[in-house]
Design a protein around this ligand. Structure first.
Ligand code: PLP
Length: 387
């Protein structure tokens, strides 16, 4: 059976060119870039080159604005906790949205436990934040706003440039989680008015366990990992040269190929959406109809269980994910769906199909042939159908 991977928002496989670029940094260049000896210094220069490259690709004005981390979660945690903590004397109010990834939501929960006030902006039925709501929520003691660029579950793209502009005008720091958007949409820290921006290499065909946080010059962060003085004193830990080299290579390919990738994914998405609309009248595609990541389709089948659809598709060779966070064996409706006002019984029947660079039109044709039959079969036996 030809397996078809359609879970690219969860992670992507490494591009072979990325692996090739990283390879010497595990072996003949596997030294500590912070060491004083020549072997270490040579690796240090390679890391510095990549830091400069990453800064350039994100539109940063200096390589010092890039902090390498061990992934997207760490970058988000550093932005949210690091900024809130550093500026705690200015105020203890943070604004975010209920549709963020847990990598932002949980640090906000932690801040709330520590005495910060957290405001969650409402989202509409497409998961979009309203700029007027942000204007109204900013207070004299607000120090940080964090809104994701694109949603990992439903693909909705937020009006980040506008939200960032409001924050800048009001003198409030603005962080955006661009983990899902990079490589699919143009991402430029200046154009987005971001003071901080998080990315993770494994979402754009780089290695897992490495990410970066852009931190605008002048913005100070309290480190969340203490120890050595790497990353300009902002993140302790022996520098992962191989990971950074992989991230830089993957980012170069993602940014330079962004338009082509968006075009490719957009075509696949269009075909899939057309088939869902025409052949599966019971299905509801959720997320913004236009401001959406190319390649992400989140579809709810009322009366069905997302996991049952996932397993049936898996048996046919298609790897997708459910739209719900499965905890302790009982799939709870996704927090994103609930924030969008989708009823729990509808949200439970959600699957996320996230296409990537290596998917082909032929694969999507196969999917749209199989999916309606699976849905019909499951509806026939579902105790929830029609209720
Ligand atoms: C929007 C978003 N933010 C943050 C993360 C966390 O990234 P990582 O898995 O690299 O820690 C993810 C990964 O699923 C994500 O989709």
């Amino acid at each position: 059976m030809n397996e078809v991977y359609l879970d690219n928002n969860a992670t992507t496989v490494c591009d072979p060119a990325v692996v090739e670029e990283m390879s010497p940094f595990f072996t003949e260049k596997g030294y500590n870039p912070s060491s004083i000896h020549r072997l270490g210094q040579a690796v240090g220069r390679e890391v510095a080159k990549r830091r400069e490259q990453v800064a350039g690709l994100l539109g940063a004005s200096s390589p010092d604005e890039i902090v390498f981390t061990a992934g997207g979660s760490e970058a988000d945690n550093l932005a949210v906790i690091g900024a809130a903590y550093n500026y705690r004397d200015r105020g203890r109010h943070v604004i975010t949205t209920p549709v963020e990834h847990p990598a932002v939501l949980e640090p906000c929960d932690w801040l709330a436990e520590e005495g910060w006030d957290v405001t969650y902006l409402p989202v509409d039925e497409t998961a979009t934040v309203n700029a007027g709501d942000l204007e109204a929520a900013i207070r004299d003691d607000t120090v940080l706003v964090s809104v994701m660029h694109a949603n990992n579950e439903v693909g909705t793209v937020e009006p980040i440039t506008e939200l960032g502009r409001i924050c800048r005008e009001r003198g409030v720091l603005f962080h955006t989680d661009a983990v899902q958007s990079i490589g699919k949409l143009p991402v430029n820290v200046g154009q987005l008015n971001a003071d901080m921006l998080a990315i993770a290499a494994h979402k754009f065909y780089g290695p897992k366990g490495v990410g970066a946080l852009y931190v605008r010059s002048g913005v100070e962060l309290e480190p969340i990992i203490h120890g050595g003085h790497q990353e300009g004193g902002r993140r302790a830990g022996t520098t992962d040269a191989a990971g950074i080299v992989g991230l830089a290579k993957a980012l170069e390919m993602a940014v330079n190929g962004q338009e082509r990738e968006a075009d490719h994914l957009g075509k696949l998405r269009k075909r899939l959406v057309k088939a869902v609309n025409e052949d599966m009248p019971e299905a509801i595609i959720v997320g913004h109809p236009e401001n959406v990541l190319p390649g992400t389709v989140n579809v709810c089948f009322p009366g069905l269980d997302g996991e049952a659809i996932l397993l049936a598709l898996d048996a046919e060779g298609f790897a997708v994910s459910t739209g719900s966070a499965c905890s302790s064996g009982s799939p709870e409706p996704s927090h994103v769906h609930l924030a969008m006002g989708i009823k729990p019984e509808v949200a439970r029947g959600s699957i996320r199909i996230s296409m990537g660079r290596y998917n082909t039109e032929e694969e999507i044709e196969r999917l749209v042939r199989i999916l309606p039959a699976i849905v019909r079969r499951l509806l026939e036996v579902s105790p929830l159908a029609g209720k």
